[in-house]
Every structure is written in structure tokens, then in C-alpha cells.
Design a protein around this ligand. Structure first.
Ligand SMILES: [Fe+2]
Length: 336
């Protein structure tokens, strides 16, 4: 359930209209890393998260709702920055001089061709539209890949998405000299930094979380570094010493062509730099399958299914029998 409060989360202000900057700011309204994308990404991910991770469902819904609040701030700021356009366009009979808005900053030609999003002039009359700064329509393709129904994957997408959104605000701040607008953008940028850490902490609280999903990687290939170029080769923690997550020792293959020939195209590759074996991997795959499927199945009833778990939701209506799910939902319904 959503409930709208008419005040913005942050009291956004602008010093004066600036339709040029409003055009750039559209990037955070309907762009690939904008607030609509963020809100819908976390909203979409939350459904699969609810069982068995009600705590992560809570986090995803809270942040999704905050991102909708940020979308509202960006939309309101765009509307304030284009103040005058709508009123001028309504003055259709008098053939309004919309160039007045720029107050000598540029010619009308410049306004139409270079300065501002043309949607403002002929489609939305200054209001925000779900496009990026170039006018390309928002698309679910920006985010559908981020909803994989597995939090060890989804939360990593979220950390990356917050990183990108932070950078867009950082770039945008450099294109306005309005202190009020800078102030709002700094708030929005800062919230991306906050969200980054929340998603990272949520990921860290799910153990084990690497590799993502269930199936373990083949120990023959998990620590090989192929030197697929010659000259100016670099060594670093990405190709020498222990690997960051599995703690295996990197095997540096200096001459990949020779190595591929000698190993019958890697089919005869030996396991090196790790304690893992085919047998231990097989065991871990079975353990992880059981662990994760039991987590989901035992948290998900298969009869009398309802979404709400507020104590009030389980109270029978007067004179009726309860239709609430069993107290320990799903345990006895678990398919063997
Ligand atoms: Fe965010």
C-alpha cells in the first residue's frame, strides 16, 4: 500500500528558471541510472525476496519508496527550473516569446536547436517526461536483468546501480551554478552513497554469498589468469596471490596459446591452487541446493496463501473461521 505525503522528502528549491539544466536533469528522471529505474528495480526485486528474507524485503521496499521520493524531488525540480514555459505556451493567441525565459542568455534558434529538451517546447510544456537527457524514452530493459530472484545476485546489481547513480549526480553538479539546485543534487548524491552501504551490508549478512546462486565453479578453472596480450603485462592482486573471495592461489598462464595446445583445449587442465576437488564441489552443490530451497520452501505456504503478515491480517472476521496460513507455514506442505 502506498500513501502519498504532499511534502517532498527534501525541501528542494531553485533560485531561478533554467530550462537548459532541467534538460540535463531529465537523465535522473527517466535515464538508465535515474530515480525511476532505481525505484522500480528495488520494487521488482522485493517480491522474490519476501520469502525467506522478510528483512531484505523490508529494506528493498523502504529504499524503493525512498527512490520514488527522489523521483518526486527530481520531477519537482525540473518543473521549477522550467517555470514560465507552460504559462508562456498557454498564451497561444499572443504568439508568446518563449525566448524571454532565457533573458538574453541565448537566441531563440539556440533554444530550439541546442539548449533545451524539445519535449519541453512541443510535448510536455516544461513538465518532466520519462526520457533521458537526450529524449530517449525510459525502458524496462534498463532494469529487468537486475531482478534474478536471488539476493546474492540482485544486491550486487544494486551496489553497482547506486555507484552509477552517484556518478551521474556528481557530473550533473558541475553543470549548474544555482546553489539551491547544487544543494538538492548533493542530497540526492549522498543518499546513493548511503544506499550503496546498506545493500552491501545486506549482501554480507547472507552467508555464504559467493559464488552467487547455488552452483559452485569448476575448481580447474576458478583461479586461472590468461595473459591474453603481450607487452606491458601487469601483475596485481587480480592475477597473483590469493583470489579475493575463494582464497585460491591464482595460476598465471603466461603463454595461453601454448597452454591451450598442451592441455587439449583445457580438457586436461589439472586442479591447482585450491583445496577444492570435484568431490567437495559436488558436496557443496548438494548442501547449497538443500539449504536455499529449504529456506524458501519452509517460508512459503502452499495453501491459504496470503501476502500480509501483520498480526491483524490473521484475525478472523467476526463470526468466521480464520483463513490464515499455518503458524509454521509450509513445513508440512514441503514437497519431498
Ligand atoms: Fe539510491
Amino acid at each position: 500500500m502506498f500513501y502519498h505525503v504532499k511534502d517532498l522528502q527534501y525541501n528542494a528549491k531553485v533560485s531561478r528558471p533554467d530550462p537548459r539544466f532541467a534538460s540535463l536533469l531529465l537523465e535522473q528522471f527517466g535515464g538508465a541510472n535515474g530515480e525511476l529505474a532505481a525505484a522500480l528495480r528495488y520494487f521488482g526485486q522485493s517480491f522474490a525476496a519476501k520469502n525467506p528474507y522478510p528483512d531484505k524485503y523490508d529494506l528493498l521496499m523502504d529504499i524503493a519508496t525512498e527512490e520514488f521520493s527522489h523521483l518526486e524531488i527530481v520531477g519537482a525540480t525540473i518543473q521549477m527550473l522550467t517555470t514560465g514555459i507552460n504559462g508562456q505556451l498557454k498564451d497561444a493567441v499572443e504568439n508568446a516569446e518563449i525566448m524571454q525565459l532565457l533573458k538574453g542568455k541565448g537566441a531563440k534558434e539556440d533554444m530550439i536547436h541546442n539548449s533545451i529538451n524539445r519535449e519541453f517546447l512541443v510535448a510536455s510544456a516544461g513538465g518532466p517526461a520519462f526520457t533521458n537527457a537526450e529524449g530517449a524514452a525510459w525502458t524496462a530493459s534498463y532494469i529487468n536483468g537486475d531482478m534474478q530472484g536471488d539476493l546474492t545476485s540482485d544486491l550486487r546489481s544494486d551496489v553497482a546501480a547506486e555507484t552509477r547513480a552517484k556518478m551521474v549526480y556528481e557530473y550533473l553538479i558541475q553543470f549548474t551554478d544555482d546553489p539551491s539546485v547544487k544543494d538538492t543534487l548533493r542530497f540526492l548524491m549522498t543518499r546513493e552513497i548511503a544506499h550503496f552501504q546498506m545493500f552491501q551490508a545486506a549482501l554480507d549478512s547472507i552467508q555464504p554469498n559467493f559464488p552467487m546462486g547455488i552452483l559452485q565453479g569448476d575448481p580447474k578453472y576458478s583461479n586461472l589468469y590468461f595473459n591474453f596480450s603481450n607487452g606491458n603485462d601487469y601483475r596485481g592482486p587480480w592475477n597473483e596471490g590469493p583470489s579475493s573471495e575463494l582464497g585460491e592461489t591464482y595460476q598465471y598462464i603466461d603463454d595461453p596459446i601454448k597452454h591451450v595446445m598442451e592441455t587439449n583445449a583445457l580438457l586436461n587442465q589439472k586442479i591447482e591452487g585450491t583445496e577444492r576437488t570435484e568431490k567437495s564441489v559436488d558436496k557443496k552443490n548438494k548442501e547449497m541446493s538443500k539449504k536455499r530451497s529449504t529456506e524458501v520452501n519452509s517460508a512459503t505456504p502452499t495453501t491459504n496463501i496470503q501476502w500480509n503478515n501483520n498480526p491483524q491480517a490473521n484475525k478472523p472476521a467476526a463470526g468466521k473461521k480464520s483463513s490464515a496460513p499455518d503458524k509454521k507455514p509450509g513445513n508440512k506442505n514441503l514437497k519431498k
